[in-house]
Design a protein around this ligand. Structure first.
Ligand code: ADP
Length: 607
């Protein structure tokens, strides 16, 4: 179980306090309404009791009623009853509306904070958390909390308050009967608390199962291509069925405890009335109390258990709400591993147009404990130098890039940019200095220009200029709405080459000092390849560049080539130097050259 699951309800509720603060006056206002509400609830049985006492001319009739005529007395009491009824209904409605409104606002605030927090979490967190789980927390868990307000479950506070007022009033009127009712209330409350705890545990488990179910769903939808190509439908469907079954089993358990509470309360309310009748009847016979008081107490016994019953009805929602806070709290307490430096200690970023140098000093990196992917990597890249990193798949090339951009922190060693540790930059500055072009550039749903600007306010003419430099302007202008054309989700209406050029434009407009490029492996047609190469050459001017190269033929011109093998830098030098060395690079190069020739011949034979 998670650490937060052990947090007491009180600690959980404390997490809500900062969210309540902005609404404190409104909350106080609706809290004050509790007083007249509870008073009206306690008064009604007394008024009815008095009506009976008045009719029977009993001793307990209030002195001011005694001299009144029959009609006068009844009219007065009916009017009083009517006033309490109207008061209760209007105040209850006003309070309900008020609380729900504030509640929805608070829920929205929490949802937003959660979203912001998730966006700041490190890549390591996303490595170990399935997307479906996160979505569940952001949607249905937050909704469960919203339900607490929407279904008026916060009225529990008002229920408990009126219960206390009713009990106190009872003691003022008659000790014996009040004690009897209290004696019934206490064990029942204990029983409710017991069921409540059981329900809570079951509910937490069912939410966990729902998370897993959603994670599974998300995985299948994202990977639908693979699911269908490898005919995994039946297998996955079976997996889903079992998960679904497990979820339902946990939900069943919550239903059981929920019903148990309702049933107990239903039963106890009748026991209470019977108890009052039995004891009250005896007291009437002994003339200790009269009929009016007995009637008042029969109504009181209802009034005492009514809030408890209400509580039971709202119980599910309240408990689900607490579980939701628990799970939201889990996520909100997830530490942000990659923090900006203390702003007081940082020199103001100096935006210079000259390229920056890059240095790795004895860098080690493990994604999982002690399983080192990079092992003591050291190198220096001069300002403006173009370097290519080559090596077999899994050698750690992308990991070097991730460290440079500080998506991960090195386990040991230092990463420096322009002579300063990357940790000394704010993340926003760092990402301003480094422009990254990945193989699969993620395109957001939106139009072409916003996919280049990515939320920054660049004027259209600047976007157009950059697009022209990156050889994509012509293509964009041919689109139905030019720069305003909507891209389909993930850019499925663009070719791989066009996506690549769009990614270039995205980086070019930001004018970073360092360029990082994960060279696409896709085989592009010759025309596109020439366009990409020309755009790239323009992009490289006056920038330090690190290129992860997959095809060695494309990097002959770079200043230096780093050869990475199993997390170690094994060779470095220019293309010719490395060929002369006749080591790993020379081998890789010959192998690739050979396979390209074979492919070529095979292609031609096929023709
Ligand atoms: P390359 O880019 O050279 O193919 P990577 O730097 O992507 O290599 O990966 C190096 C090794 O690190 C691989 O064996 C890969 O399995 C592992 N690895 C990469 N990313 C992660 C991650 N997020 N969590 C755990 N292991 C990872």
């Amino acid at each position: 179980m998670t650490s937060a699951a052990r947090a007491t309800d009180w600690q959980l509720l404390q997490r809500l306090i900062p969210y309540l603060r902005p609404y404190r006056w409104a909350l106080l206002g609706s809290g004050l309404l509790l007083v007249p509400l509870a008073a009206a609830a306690a008064l009604q049985p007394i008024i009815i009791g008095q009506a009976i006492a008045f009719l029977k001319q009993e001793e307990s009739t209030y002195a001011f009623l005694k001299p009144l005529s029959f009609t006068q007395g009844i009219d007065l009491l009916s009017m009083a009853l009517l006033v309490t009824v109207i008061l209760r209904f209007t105040l209850q409605a006003a309070q309900g509306y008020w609380i729900q409104k504030i509640g929805q606002q608070i829920t929205a605030d929490i949802r937003h904070d959660l979203f912001d927090h998730v966006l700041r979490l490190s890549s390591r967190f996303f490595d170990r958390t399935p997307v479906g789980k996160l979505i569940t927390r952001l949607t249905s868990d937050v909704d469960a909390l919203g339900d607490v307000f929407a279904t008026g479950a916060v009225g529990v506070i008002s229920d408990v308050f009126s219960m206390v007022v009713v009990i106190l009033t009872m003691f003022l009127i008659d000790h014996t009967l009040a004690t009897l009712l209290l004696a019934l209330v206490l064990p029942i409350t204990a029983l409710i608390i017991y069921f409540q705890n059981r329900y809570r545990l079951a509910n937490y488990k069912s939410r966990e199962e729902l998370s897993l179910l959603n994670a599974n769903l998300q995985e299948n939808i994202t990977g639908i291509g693979v699911v269908q190509l490898f005919r995994r439908e039946a297998f996955n469907s079976d997996l889903f069925r079992r998960r679904n079954q497990r979820y339902i089993r946990e939900v069943d358990r919550t239903i059981f405890y929920d019903s148990a509470v309702s049933a107990t309360l239903e039963w106890i309310a009748f026991v209470a009335i019977a108890g009052v009748l039995w004891l009250g009847g005896a007291l009437v016979e002994q003339r200790t109390i009269d009929f009016g008081t007995l009637a008042t107490f029969i109504l009181f016994s209802q009034r005492v258990f009514d809030p408890l019953r209400q509580l039971a009805e709202k119980f599910t929602t309240v408990q689900a709400g607490l579980t939701a806070i628990e799970r939201i709290n889990d996520l909100l307490s997830e530490p942000i591993e990659i923090q900006d430096p203390d702003p007081r200690g940082v020199r103001a970023p100096i935006r210079r147009d000259n390229p920056y140098a890059v240095e790795f000093r004895n860098v080690w990196l493990a994604y999982k404990e002690e399983d080192y992917i990079l092992r003591g990597v050291s190198f220096q890249i001069g300002a403006g130098e173009k370097v290519a990193i080559v090596g077999p798949t899994g050698a750690g090339k992308s990991s070097i890039i991730r460290l440079l951009c500080r998506l991960y922190e090195p386990s040991r060693g230092e990463v420096l940019i322009d002579g300063r540790n990357v940790r000394e930059f704010s993340q926003a500055d760092l990402r301003q200095h480094i422009g990254v072009i990945l193989q699969d550039s993620f395109l957001f749903s939106g139009d072409v220009k916003s996919n280049i600007a990515l939320g920054d306010a660049y004027p259209l003419d600047q976007i157009q200029r950059v697009a022209a430099e990156m050889n994509i302007a012509e293509f964009i202008e041919q689109l139905p709405a030019g720069y305003d054309t909507l891209l389909r989700q993930r850019g499925t209406n663009l070719s791989a080459g066009q996506r690549q050029l769009l990614a270039f434009a995205r980086v070019a407009i930001r004018n970073p000092q360092i360029l990082v490029l994960d060279e696409a492996t896709a085989n592009l047609d010759v025309g596109t390849e020439v366009m990409i190469q020309a755009a790239l050459n323009r992009l490289l001017v006056n920038r330090t560049a690190i290129i992860i190269a997959h095809r060695l033929a494309t990097i002959r011109h770079v200043d230096r080539i780093f050869v990475l093998k199993r997390g170690k830098l094994v060779e470095q030098g220019t293309h010719t130097e490395l060929l002369d060395r006749n080591g790993v690079y020379a081998n890789l190069y010959r192998l690739q050259a050979l396979s390209e020739i074979t492919e070529d011949t095979a292609g031609r034979t096929a023709l």
